[in-house]
Design a binder for this molecule. Structure first.
Ligand SMILES: C[S@@+](CC[C@H](N)C(=O)[O-])C[C@H]1O[C@@H](n2cnc3c(N)ncnc32)[C@H](O)[C@@H]1O
Length: 226
């Protein structure tokens, strides 16, 4: 099995049990809260803080073209898109199962300006410089070919556009590092190598005109301008 297939399989199961996954991502169920605290050392406030930072690159009333990759079940972003009625939003994920949950959520929320594409972040099916914003939440720690993912997200972003989001970085929270190594990575949810806060800052500063990097526990948040 290739690394891509391993990841797709891992998230196929997760997509099928999207209630559990969503509860964890939104700190809203008993099991979800327990995992956030035990694995990520995060309470509700820290959880909200990292998300706020990751999404802060999207202006209120944004009306341009936005690409989200990977969308997963859309639990964190579709409620935000509901208020961006003028925007043209494309959501992409490798896992059909995760994205099916997102499509159903978009229908329930009656969001008409979002389209979904199955695909690989390492070979995005778009022309160069198509998007005003590329958003990536909790994806780079899962992507099997991270160099290709950095290259592709940069390529499809317009000059002056914003690349923002978040993902796991090592070296900021010992207990998270332990869980990733012993639990998440063997099951195919996460794929090494991982960035540290410094390596991420150095990488993004080298690629983008402006790059801001910060962290909340083991989650690195970034906002860059091309
Ligand atoms: C932890 S989930 C994050 C989803 C969502 N952004 C969130 O924060 O809830 C990681 C997602 O990355 C997707 N993924 C993994 N490898 C990918 C690839 N090469 N191209 C696109 N998506 C990929 C998985 O299918 C999964 O839905």
């Amino acid at each position: 099995m290739t690394r891509h297939e391993q990841i797709q399989n891992a998230y196929r199961v997760t997509g099928g049990a999207s209630g559990f996954y969503d509860g964890m991502m939104t700190y809203s169920t008993f099991a979800g809260k327990a995992i956030c605290r035990a694995v990520w050392n995060m309470d509700k406030q820290k959880n909200a803080e990292y998300l706020e930072r990751a999404l802060s690159g999207i202006p209120k009333n944004f009306g341009g073209r936005l690409l989200e990759v990977p969308v997963g079940t859309g639990v964190l972003t579709l409620p935000v898109y509901k208020d961006l009625k003028e925007a043209e939003i494309t959501c992409l994920d490798y896992s059909e199962q995760m994205m099916n949950a997102a499509k159903q959520r978009a229908e329930r929320l009656e969001i008409g300006n979002v389209c979904f594409r199955q695909g690989d972040v390492g070979a995005l099916p778009f022309e160069d410089e198509q998007f005003d914003i590329v958003l990536s939440l909790n994806g780079f720690h899962a992507f099997p070919d991270k160099e290709a993912a950095y290259r592709e997200t940069f390529r499809v972003l317009k000059k002056g556009g914003t690349f923002c989001g978040c993902f796991y970085i090592k070296g900021c929270c010992k207990r998270t590092d332990w869980f990733i190594r012993h639990l998440y990575q063997p099951r195919g949810f996460f794929t090494a190598p991982y960035e540290t806060e410094d390596s991420l800052r150095e990488r993004l500063s080298g690629m983008y005109r402006e790059a801001e990097v910060s962290h909340v526990e083991g989650i690195g948040c970034f906002q860059c301008v091309k």
